[in-house]
Design a protein around this ligand. Structure first.
Ligand code: KG4
Ligand code: ZN
Length: 338
C-alpha cells in the first residue's frame, strides 16, 4: 500500500510517499526558516502564503521522486490537527483535491501521533506497547501507545513546550532562530554544571512538565532581575556557552526522568522519542544511556525524521487506512486537539 502523506501544520511544506506504513519511497521537505528568521519565530500569515505557493511543487516532487503517477497511489494522508489553522487548511485542501481527482481514500492524521510513528520508519520496528515522548516546538507529551490510533496521554506540559523553551532561550542568549540547534551547537563549548537551574519536576510523581519557570530563571541569569529581563544586552560576565549548556542539561534531566517514571509506572519495556527536540544530541545520548542501564528498548528516529516531515504522516496514515479508517471531503482542519 503506497500512501502520499502531506504536512503543512507549521513552517515546513512537506510531502512523502511511504509503502505499508514503514518504507520511505520519497520524502520532500521545503523549509520556510529563511522567511521567518528575521521575525525570530513563525509568522502564521507568512507560513500559509508560503504553503500555498509551494504545495503543488512539493507534492509533484514527492511523486516524481517516487516514480509514481497520482493514480498509482493507494491513499492520501494529511495532517489536519493540531497546528496553525491557515497553514493546516492548505495541506487539507490539497489532500482532498488529490483524493477527489484520483478517487483515492483519504485520512486525516494527528500531527503529534505522527511524530510517534516516525519511529515506525526505523528498522527494526519498535514493539508495542511503548511509552512515547513527543517533544517539539508545540508539544511536550508522554503517551502510552498500545497500537495504531490507540494512545493514552500520561502527561503533558502545563505551559511551554520544550522546543518553545529552546527557541526562547536562544533568543535571550542572542543565538538566533530556530533556537534548538543553536543552543545545542553553542552548548558543546560550555560547562553544563556552571549554572544551577532548579529542575522543574513539579510533584515527585507527576508526569506533567513545566518549562516557563526555567525560562524566567535563564532570563534573570542572562539579563538580570531588576530590569525584568528587558535589558537589550547580556549582563557582564555571562558565558553564553555555559548558560546554554546548563539550560539544555536541565531540560534533558526533566525529560529523561519523567520518561522513565512513565516506564516504571506503566511497566512497559520500550521507549519511543519523536519531535524536533528529539534531534538534540545530548537528549539522544542521555536517553540511550538510561535505557541501556535499565535494559529498556529505545527507538529514536534519525534526526531529519524528528523534525517536521510528511513521511511520518504517511506512516501513520497508511496504517490507519489499512485498518479501514477513512475521512470524507468534509474533513476539517483543527488548530487544537480536544
Ligand atoms: O517537530 P518540530 O519540527 O515542529 C513542531 O511540531 O513543533 O519541532 C520544532 C522544534 C523547535 O522548537 C526547535 O527549536 C526544536 O524543535 N529543535 C531542537 C533541535 N532541533 C529542533 N531542539 C533542541 N535541539 C535540537 N537539535
Ligand atoms: Zn512537529
Amino acid at each position: 500500500m503506497r500512501v502520499l502523506g502531506i504536512d503543512t501544520s507549521c513552517d515546513e511544506t512537506a510531502a512523502a510517499v511511504v509503502e505499508d506504513g514503514s518504507r520511505i519511497i520519497s520524502d520532500v521537505v521545503s523549509s520556510q526558516v529563511p522567511l521567518h528568521r528575521r521575525f525570530g519565530g513563525v509568522v502564521p500569515e507568512i507560513a500559509c502564503r508560503a504553503h500555498t505557493e509551494n504545495i503543488t511543487t512539493v507534492v509533484e516532487k514527492a511523486l516524481a521522486d517516487a516514480g509514481l503517477a497520482p493514480a498509482e497511489l493507494d491513499g492520501v494522508a494529511v495532517t489536519n490537527r493540531p497546528g496553525l489553522i491557515g497553514a493546516l487548511l492548505v495541506g487539507v485542501s490539497a489532500g482532498k483535491a488529490i483524493a477527489l481527482a484520483h478517487d483515492l481514500p483519504l485520512v486525516g492524521v494527528n500531527h503529534i501521533e505522527a511524530h510517534i510513528f516516525a519511529s515506525f520508519l526505523a528498522e527494526p520496528e519498535p514493539p508495542l506497547p511503548a511509552v512515547a515522548l513527543v517533544v517539539s516546538g508545540g508539544h511536550t507529551t508522554l503517551f502510552l501507545v498500545r497500537g495504531v490510533g490507540d494512545f493514552e496521554e500520561l502527561g503533558r506540559t502545563t505551559d511551554d513546550a520544550a522546543g518553545e523553551a529552546f527557541d526562547k532561550a536562544a533568543a535571550m542568549l542572542m543565538l538566533g532562530y530556530p533556537g534548538g540547534p543553536a543552543i545545542e551547537a553553542v552548548a558543546r563549548e560550555g560547562d553544563r554544571t556552571a549554572v544551577k537551574f532548579k529542575r522543574p519536576y513539579l510533584a515527585p510523581d507527576s508526569l506533567d512538565f513545566s518549562f516557563s519557570g526555567l525560562k524566567t530563571a535563564l532570563l534573570y541569569h542572562a539579563r538580570g532581575q531588576d530590569s525584568r529581563g528587558r535589558r537589550a544586552e547580556l549582563l557582564p560576565g555571562v558565558s553564553v556557552p555555559d548558560a546554554a549548556a546548563s539550560f539544555q542539561e536541565t531540560v534533558v534531566d526533566v525529560l529523561v526522568r519523567k520518561t522513565f517514571l512513565a516506564v516504571k509506572r506503566t511497566g512497559v519495556r520500550h521507549v519511543i522519542l519523536g519531535g524536533g527536540v528529539a534531534a538534540n544530541a545530548r537528549l539522544r545520548e542521555r536517553m540511550t544511556a538510561k535505557a541501556a542501564r535499565l535494559g529498556v528498548g529505545l527507538t529514536i528516529p534519525e534526526k531529519r525524521l524528528c523534525t517536521d516531515n510528511a513521511a511520518m504522516v504517511a506512516a501513520l496514515g497508511g496504517r490507519l487506512l489499512a485498518l479501514g479508517r477513512r475521512d470524507d471531503l468534509s474533513l476539517d482542519a483543527k488548530s487544537r486537539v480536544a
